[in-house]
Design a protein. Structure first.
Length: 88
């Protein structure tokens, strides 16, 4: 039975090749770490910042972004699995 807010049991697992229950490490599912799902990207422009400065800062922090995407993908898989059997 699908968990709360989960549309279709294990759809995200199957999309990326995960098993039920999750047993494949996320790092193995996304061998090329640039393939982590990006999710929603919101624009933010602080005062006195031009586009070139912002792009340079983003390039310097690319490693941080990849680590955050990896962590969010782990969270997504664990949450889907937990919602499949935890009842409110």
């Amino acid at each position: 039975a699908p968990g709360r807010g989960v549309k279709g049991f294990c759809d995200s697992y199957l999309q990326y090749g995960q098993t039920e229950p999750p047993s494949i490490p996320i790092a193995d599912l996304f061998k090329d770490q640039k393939n982590f799902p990006q999710g929603e990207i919101l624009e933010y422009s602080p005062p006195r910042s031009n586009i070139e400065e912002k792009k340079a800062i983003d390039r310097m922090q690319e490693d941080l972004w990849q680590k955050l995407r990896h962590a969010s993908e782990v969270h997504r898989h664990v949450r889907r699995h937990a919602q499949s059997f935890i009842k409110p």
